[in-house]
Design a protein around this ligand. Structure first.
Ligand code: CA
Length: 229
């Protein structure tokens, strides 16, 4: 697993880093909400460990922003307090699990692995689309020219198209499915990412699969019997 640990207490952070590395996981650590936001923007993690109390912001506010942005990475929240109200708030905000300090490392590890298993189980299965295979577990497109990796957003967008090939998907539908209902950025982000995904289809060498623009409506994944439609 590739794990991001967001924790400002150096001892705790080191302990988790060492323990996870010994188990063969790749670990990045950061000690503030600002750094965490940056790390998540530029890297794809399998799981995130998020401390509630950070020096520059609440972990819970950070989590709220991520979920509103459509980030689907499983999050395990850590807290020193652990009242039931706090736990409910964390889970309602989009935490996938919750652990009160101090905790046993073995339990921490077991919960983290369970989160990862659940998340990957939801994103498995391979779809055959024309001369292309969409392999969800690996987040890859496999076409005549080879394998192409998708970024997290490209992957989510591809999932949305592959769910209903041939159907028109409106921009607002795609926006809310991939970026979240509360996304308040530029709506043309959909067009930008459709552009990226088209390039990935091209890199994979797909000749029977394309994303067509439906003027005034949105997009449609087209799978045709003949190359190049
Ligand atoms: Ca803390």
């Amino acid at each position: 697993m590739r794990v991001l640990v967001i924790e400002d207490e150096p001892r705790m952070s080191q302990l988790l880093r060492r323990g996870l590395s010994e188990e063969g996981h790749t670990v990045d650590t950061c000690d503030s909400a600002a750094r965490a936001a940056e790390s998540v923007r530029y890297a794809d993690y399998d799981v995130i460990v998020l401390d509630w109390g950070l020096p520059d912001a609440d972990g819970i506010s950070l989590l709220r922003t991520w979920r509103a942005d459509g980030l689907a990475t499983p999050v395990l929240m850590l807290t020193a307090r652990g009242s039931s109200g706090e736990k409910v708030l964390a889970l309602r905000t989009g935490a996938d699990d919750f652990l009160v300090k101090p905790f046993d490392f073995e339990e921490f590890l077991a919960r983290l692995e369970a989160l990862h298993r659940r998340a990957s189980a939801g994103a498995t299965g391979t779809s055959a689309l024309g001369d292309l295979q969409f392999q969800r577990a690996r987040r890859q497109l496999i076409g005549p020219s080879g394998r192409v990796d998708l970024t997290s957003r490209e992957f989510q967008l591809m999932c949305a198209f592959a769910e209903r090939p041939g159907d028109i998907r409106t921009r607002s539908e795609l926006l809310s499915e991939v970026w979240g209902a509360h996304f308040d950025g530029e709506a043309n982000v959909v067009d930008v990412y459709v552009g990226y995904l088209r390039l990935k289809l091209e890199s994979a060498g797909a000749r029977r699969v394309s994303i067509a623009t439906v003027r005034g409506s949105g997009y449609r994944l087209v799978v045709s019997a003949e190359p190049g439609r």
